[in-house]
Design a binder for this molecule. Sequence first.
Ligand SMILES: *[C@@H]1O[C@H](CO)[C@@H](O)[C@H](O)[C@H]1NC(C)=O
Ligand SMILES: *[C@@H]1O[C@H](CO)[C@@H](O)[C@H](O)[C@H]1NC(C)=O
Ligand SMILES: *[C@@H]1O[C@H](CO)[C@@H](O)[C@H](O)[C@H]1NC(C)=O
Ligand SMILES: *[C@@H]1O[C@H](CO)[C@@H](O)[C@H](O)[C@H]1NC(C)=O
Length: 438
Amino acid sequence: MGIRNKGRDWRFQWSMVMIAAAALVAYNAVANLWLLHPASCPIPPTIPPTEPPTCEPCFGKVSSAGADYDPIYTLDLRLGRWDGSRSYKIFDNVAVGELYSEMSTNYHVCLATQSSIERLHELLRIAAHWTGPISVAVFVAGDEMRLLRAFTTWLYKCQPEIYSRLALHIIMPAEKPGYNDGSLPKWARDCDVIPLPHEERKAETVAWRARHPYPQNHMRNLARKNTHTSYVFLVDIDIVPSTGMAEALNQFLDSSPKCPLCAYVVPTYELDRRVAKFPANKSELVRLSRSKLAIPFHRKVFIYNQFASNFSRWEASGGNESELTHISHNVTNFELLYEPFYLASDTVPAHDERFLGYGFTRNSQVYEMFLIGYQFKVLSPIFTIHWGIQTRRNRPLWREKQNENNRKHFETFKKELFARYRKDPLHLLKRPQQAKKT
Ligand SMILES: *[C@@H]1O[C@H](CO)[C@@H](O)[C@H](O)[C@H]1NC(C)=O
Ligand SMILES: *[C@@H]1O[C@H](CO)[C@@H](O)[C@H](O)[C@H]1NC(C)=O
Ligand SMILES: *[C@@H]1O[C@H](CO)[C@@H](O)[C@H](O)[C@H]1NC(C)=O
Ligand SMILES: *[C@@H]1O[C@H](CO)[C@@H](O)[C@H](O)[C@H]1NC(C)=O
């Protein structure tokens, strides 16, 4: 560009500045008139004063009745942040209820969970018992994005109390990204149904999902990292807390000394489907356990899963509704395959995202906590329930395959942990890990 042109540019820019300044003065004058008008609400400076004054949306409030609420629709799916392997894209806080942040300051514990579209409706059972904040990560591929949008709209409209306490996050596979087109299905606005969004998926999405592992540990980390309370209670979507647990834990943690290396275990039982009602209290659960209608989680599938929690000791330690939540006992016989549901500060190690699908996803993380020196303490009389007793024969072949891949990865993982912590209390380095029968 020549010197003459530069001079012309300069003059041009200067006149633009003058025009902008004049416009700003005029704008301020008009804006002041608007602000002095008694009925108007504060107008953000970016709205030109020629537009009609409006209180929708006013800050700190979500719009109500009638209008569709569809926050996921506006997501720019080309954005998001990548996981370490650049195989998944992560979207934090795509839909957040109006009370989530406030509750995160009033409660000590946020419940963190994760789900695929197929099981998302199970969130309603958790939320019916857990009255505190909930952080939930959802896996979405292909046209599942539209169904998640619809589910979110339904929650907002039909379960506003539950919605208000939620923060929802998304993980989407790079290979089969979610897409957002199409209008919402009818049920998104129908409060007479409990939606089962997955029933409407395209066959190609279902087929893709069946061939690819569900990234459990990515999902767990995402849900965990978006909690804002001092403690996190991480559960799977089908694990239902006993009633009043959030308040009981507030009270317990208020009266407990600070313990940075404590993990508080909440015992989990499987409940026979013939039992019609969720046990109202521990005495009721112990009664069901005596009649074999409730059994420790995974006892039939994989006994070591919760064995170290020592259920017989927990059951014998009494406890009823009128008792405050307290530590029943310490876990003394830690073993490698132990994977309790616990609450702890979110400074606990992350879930290793190289484990994909089933097998070693949770116990590897719990094992690292054990190496660091965490003490697991079993709480009473609170508990969690898995609805339905699981048996080994309903485990499909693909699940065994994922388990086998993860077992191989565990060989590397345990050596890495040894290099980091220089401890091998369970003598894992002497022998290869057996396949986990889950
Ligand atoms: C369970 O507790 C009892 C004492 O109540 C103890 O004898 C037993 O060894 C414990 N079992 C485990 C697995 O910790
Ligand atoms: C429940 O626990 C409280 C406190 O330990 C005790 O006073 C009460 O008798 C217990 N009630 C029952 C029904 O066991
Ligand atoms: C526990 O729940 C059962 C069933 O609702 C009830 O009958 C019983 O009184 C409760 N027990 C205590 C100690 O609260
Ligand atoms: C549990 O372990 C802690 C150490 O973390 C110890 O101080 C406490 O006495 C133990 N409690 C019981 C009941 O053994």
